[in-house]
Design a protein around this ligand. Structure first.
Ligand code: ADE
Length: 231
């Protein structure tokens, strides 16, 4: 790839990248700051999208149109939904779906975007394999490749977690991945989402999120850092 876009939603999710980048040039577009520079000699454009699907979608489109990135890696934290996952474990996306897309009243299955060709957005095969391999080396036995569910909701409820896992086959839940995946798919740009679990999206999610987001962000950073050395 030429330039690679690296997106995080929050400050914690991108700050380690910034510490290690060289020759950084800062520009703004659509109220988002883009940091163009080198990480291990590799050209990247780092940005903080802000939280939620609209922020993630706009940021992704700008990365593609204005900054000319040829691949996008999303790095950050998520709530675990698959009961095999614990705080600190890693999910690499095989695909993404919007769990809050709900037109069931008109007979569409939950998560289905009406009249669209697809509502499931697969990650790039090569990026997914590399992310899974690197994650497995850094965090042996703690990596799952699976479906990332996104919605404009911070999930902190056990019943919701059960339905996200049982009805929607989610591995984890967060608030941006499916927007990035859909925009990448619409533009023919490869992508992968890498999420470290900060919480289990249950009644303790708010406390765990506050406590573990820094460590989980660091885990995701280490994976992307190793990936970039091989791209
Ligand atoms: N990101 C981290 N934890 C989350 C949760 N429980 N719900 C949504 N997004 C998250």
């Amino acid at each position: 790839y030429g330039k690679i876009g690296v997106i995080g939603a929050m400050k914690e999710e991108i700050e380690q990248f910034l510490e290690h980048m060289e020759q950084v040039e800062e520009t703004q577009k659509a109220q988002v700051t883009f940091l163009d520079g080198l990480l291990h000699g590799k050209q990247i454009v780092l940005c903080k999208s802000g939280v939620g699907k609209v922020n993630a979608a706009v940021t992704t489109q700008v990365l593609i149109d204005t900054y000319g990135v040829e691949a996008i890696i999303f790095t950050g934290v998520a709530g675990a939904v698959d009961p095999v996952l614990d705080v600190g474990d890693i999910v690499v996306s095989s695909e993404c779906m919007q769990h809050d897309m709900d037109v069931t009243a008109l007979g569409f299955p939950r998560g289905t975007i009406p009249f669209a060709d697809t509502s499931i957005f697969p990650s790039d095969g090569q990026l997914t394999r590399l992310a899974a391999q690197v994650s497995g080396e850094l965090f042996p036995g703690r990596v799952k490749v699976g479906r990332v569910l996104s919605g404009d909701q911070f999930i902190a409820n056990r019943d919701t977690v059960a339905s996200l896992h049982n009805e929607m086959q989610g591995a984890c839940t967060e608030m941006e991945g499916a927007a990035v995946a859909q925009v990448c798919s619409m533009n023919g740009i490869p992508h992968v989402i890498i999420r470290s679990m900060s919480d289990k999206a249950d009644g303790s999610a708010d406390v765990n999120f506050a406590e573990f987001t820094m460590q989980a962000s660091e885990n995701s950073y280490r994976i992307v850092d190793h990936m970039l050395k091989q791209l």
